[in-house]
Design a protein around this ligand. Structure first.
Ligand SMILES: Cc1cc2nc3c(=O)[nH]c(=O)nc-3n(C[C@H](O)[C@H](O)[C@H](O)COP(=O)(O)O)c2cc1C
Length: 291
């Protein structure tokens, strides 16, 4: 998730969940071409493996050039974003816009597969405004070389409104032979296992925000204490500090705080205290004063 699943957070998720597959934030192939800072978003620590890099863009040749750079990096796969509904992305004919352009989507996959031996997967939605073309779209991508698909159970038009609809994802699974991962509105493992049916895996997004325990069973999650949460939150912050300066880390970490600091009486004032921390030392002291 853009702005969330950076290296620090992925390492925290890995520490608590040896078995999950981690995805990078989606990253622009044009950004990678022109900026070392953008490319560095995809850096990883070997403990993160299996780790899949997610890219977006609209130029097959540049995709091929970009994936070649990862050929010997040790990553587990490259995922192409074909579902992002953000206006800026769709306007540039990337992300969700590729659902309307099967030809370009297939050219991108074909270019990536020719250029390297790392598995290529895609993440998309049910369709532009209905699930009618989902099977056709995915079958064409598989013919072009895709070896796994993740489907968020909403259309582009829906944005994040309504409930995710998993029925078209089950229908897709019946129609194809590559692994299908379901995504949309999962709150935890029990919920996910209920939705899984004959799919090959599930992906959790928003419920993982400030909640790296989301992949644990409910009974195990119930045993996580406030002190455990504070300890992991501080470790998460300190991992971020390994590669971001103090000011940036304090700002960027704010979006994780509400996930960690919730569900007890003074949570609101504790969150506010942490949000207003002025330096790393202050943040750690404030965190330690909570439990
Ligand atoms: C803040 C935010 C950032 C996201 N960034 C990405 C991204 O980089 N790549 C991607 O494929 N999906 C991204 N998504 C979509 C999620 O991966 C997921 O498909 C969607 O949130 C539905 O799943 P959920 O209900 O588990 O969150 C993002 C969603 C949010 C809320």
């Amino acid at each position: 998730m853009d702005g969330i699943t950076d290296m620090a957070y992925r390492r925290i998720v890995r520490k608590l969940n040896p078995e999950v597959v981690l995805f990078s934030e989606f990253t622009s192939i044009n950004g990678i071409e022109h900026s070392e800072l953008v490319r560095s978003r995809l850096d990883f620590h070997k403990e993160e493996l299996p780790y899949i890099v997610q890219l977006f863009g609209n130029e097959p040749d540049l995709f091929a050039k970009t994936v070649q750079q990862f050929q010997d990096s040790g990553i587990s796969g490259i995922d192409i974003n074909m579902g992002c509904p953000a206006k800026k992305i769709v306007k540039s004919n990337s992300g969700g816009s590729l659902m309307k352009d099967i030809d370009l989507a297939c050219k991108i996959v074909d270019a990536c597969c020719r250029a390297n031996k790392i598995p290529i997967s895609i993440k998309t939605r049910l369709g532009w405004d209905s699930p009618d073309q989902l099977i056709t779209f995915v079958k064409a991508l598989i013919a072009a070389g895709v070896s796994m698909v993740t489907i968020h159970g909403r259309t582009y038009k829906q944005g994040f409104k309504g409930r995710a609809n998993w029925e078209p994802i089950y229908d897709l699974k019946k129609a194809i032979s590559v692994p299908v991962i379901g995504n949309g509105d999962l709150k935890g493992t029990e919920d996910a296992l209920e939705k899984l049916k004959d799919l090959d895996g599930y992906m959790i997004g928003r419920a993982a925000l400030g909640n790296p325990w989301v992949f644990w069973s409910q009974s195990k999650r119930d045993q996580v204490t406030l002190q455990d949460k504070i300890d992991i939150m501080v470790q998460h912050f300190q991992l971020l500090r390994e590669y971001k300066n103090e000011k940036r880390s304090l700002i960027e970490f704010r979006k994780h705080i509400s996930g960690y600091i919730t569900g007890f009486q003074d949570a609101k004032s504790c969150r506010s205290l942490l949000m207003h921390s002025t330096c790393e030392k202050d943040f750690v002291q404030n965190a330690m004063s909570i439990a």
